[in-house]
Design a protein around this ligand. Structure first.
Ligand SMILES: [Zn+2]
Length: 381
C-alpha cells in the first residue's frame, strides 16, 4: 500500500544534473524512493538550463526508461522561479535583498507543502548557491515532519561538474570532457559514483511558536520561543526543607516560612490551572488580591495549611497574628521579598521572569501569578 505522495524538492542554480542524479540516487538506494512529483526552486537561468537539457534533450525521460521508473514530468508548474521584492524574476542571486527574497520564497513554499500530510518531502540541497541550501535546510528544520528527508548528493569529482554526466546509466558509456587546458579527456560512466547522504536535522515543528511570514520573522519568533521555553529548567519546591531547586544545580535555601507560603500558593494555583492551553498569557491561574482578605477566607485557610506544613512549631503564633485576615499590603511585601530572593539567585532577568511572582495589570486591577509552565512545577512536602 502506498503511503505518501513522494515529492522531490531541489534548489538549483546552473547545474540541472543534480536533479537527475538525485532521482537516480533515490531510486537505486537500499530502500528506494520512487517519486511522484518534482519541484524545483531556481532562477530564470536555472530554469532555462533545465528545460534545454532534462526536457528538450530528453534526459529525464531517458533516466525513467533506463531504470523503469514511474512516469515523472517536468512542466511549468514544477518550477518556482525566484523574484525580487518588486516581483521581477531573478536570473541570479547576487544582492542581500535577493537573498532575503529567496529565503522567504523557500520558507513559505516548504511551510505550505508541509501542511499536506499526504506528502513526503525529499529535499536536496546539493544545487544552487550556498544560501539557497541553507534556507532549504532551515525551512525543513522549522516545518519538516518526522517523515520528511533532507539530502546532499556527492559525485565522483571528475563527473561532478561534467556537463555530459547526468546519472549513471545501466550500461557503461564513454563521455568526453573538455579540460581547462582545452584537451579532451574521456571518462567511463562505470567509474562514476553517486552517493546520497541523508542529513539529520532538528524538527522544531509544533515545538515552537511559528506564525511569522518572512524567514527573518520566523527565526526571530523561533528564537524567542526557544529562549522562553526550552531553556527554562524545572522547579522543585520542598516545603519542609524550605528550599526551591531550579534544575539540578541551583538551590535557594533558607527562605522565610511566610514568604515560602505565599510562593507555594501561587505555584499551587498554576499547577491547578484548568485551562487546556495554559500559557504565560493565561489569566486563569493568576490571582486577584483584594484589599482585605478575611480570616475565614479560602486563601487564609490555605496560608495556614501550608504554614503548618513548613513550620509546625510556630504555626499557632501565626494563626494568632493573622486570625483577622491579611491586608493586601502585607501580601505584596512578601511577594516582593520572595521575588528579590529569586532574582538575586538567578541573576538573569529573562530567566528569573519565569520563576518570580509576576504582576499583570488589568483594568486597574492587578493579578499575580507564575509564568513557568505547570508541567515544570513539582511541589513536595
Ligand atoms: Zn493557566
Amino acid at each position: 500500500m502506498k503511503k505518501f505522495h513522494e515529492i522531490l524538492i531541489c534548489v538549483i542554480g546552473t547545474t540541472p544534473q543534480i536533479i537527475t542524479e538525485t532521482i537516480y540516487a533515490l531510486a537505486t538506494k537500499k530502500d528506494p524512493v520512487f517519486l511522484d512529483e518534482i519541484s524545483i526552486l531556481t532562477t530564470t537561468l536555472g530554469k532555462k538550463k533545465i528545460e534545454e537539457t532534462l526536457i528538450n534533450r530528453g534526459i529525464l525521460n531517458n533516466l525513467i526508461k533506463d531504470y523503469n521508473l514511474p512516469p515523472l514530468k517536468l512542466t511549468d508548474a514544477s518550477f518556482i522561479v525566484f523574484s525580487d521584492q518588486n516581483g521581477n524574476l531573478l536570473d541570479d542571486i547576487v544582492t542581500p535583498e535577493h537573498n532575503e527574497c529567496v529565503g522567504d520564497t523557500i520558507t513559505s513554499y516548504i511551510k505550505e507543502l508541509s501542511n499536506d500530510f499526504s506528502k513526503r518531502l525529499h529535499c536536496s540541497l546539493a544545487g544552487g548557491r550556498k544560501t539557497m541550501s541553507f534556507y532549504l535546510g532551515m525551512a525543513l528544520q522549522l516545518f519538516g515532519r518526522s517523515w520528511d528527508e533532507l539530502y546532499h548528493v556527492l559525485i565522483t569529482p571528475e563527473f561532478e561538474l561534467n556537463p555530459e554526466f547526468f546519472y549513471k546509466p545501466p550500461q557503461n558509456k564513454i563521455i568526453e570532457s573538455k579540460m581547462p587546458d582545452g584537451s579532451i579527456r574521456t571518462l567511463e560512466t562505470k567509474n562514476a559514483q553517486i552517493h546520497l547522504t541523508q542529513l539529520p536535522f532538528i524538527r522544531f515543528r509544533d515545538k515552537i511558536h511559528l506564525e511569522g511570514k518572512s524567514f527573518r520573522e520566523l527565526i526571530k519568533e523561533g528564537q524567542k520561543s526557544i529562549d522562553s521555553n526550552v531553556m527554562v529548567l524545572p522547579l522543585k519546591l520542598k516545603l519542609r526543607e524550605r528550599s526551591i531547586c531550579i534544575g539540578d544545580s541551583l538551590v535557594i535555601n533558607n527562605i522565610s516560612p511566610i514568604q515560602l507560603v505565599f510562593y507555594t500558593l501561587f505555584l499551587v494555583k498554576k499547577k491547578a490551572c484548568g485551562k487546556r492551553k495554559c500559557s504565560p498569557g493565561c489569566d486563569e491561574c493568576f490571582i486577584t488580591i483584594k484589599e482585605e482578605i478575611p480570616g475565614n477566607s479560602e486563601m487564609v485557610k490555605e496560608i495556614f495549611y501550608y504554614y503548618k506544613l513548613i513550620y509546625p512549631s510556630r504555626a499557632d503564633e501565626l494563626f494568632d497574628k493573622y486570625k483577622e485576615g491579611f491586608h493586601s499590603e502585607t501580601i505584596r511585601s512578601y511577594i516582593s521579598k520572595i521575588n528579590q530572593k529569586i532574582k538575586k539567585e538567578l541573576g538573569n532577568d529573562s530567566l528569573s521572569y519565569h520563576y518570580i511572582i509576576n504582576t499583570k495589570r488589568h483594568y486597574g486591577n492587578s493579578k499575580y501569578g507564575i509564568y513557568l509552565d505547570k508541567s515544570k512545577i513539582t511541589i513536595m512536602k
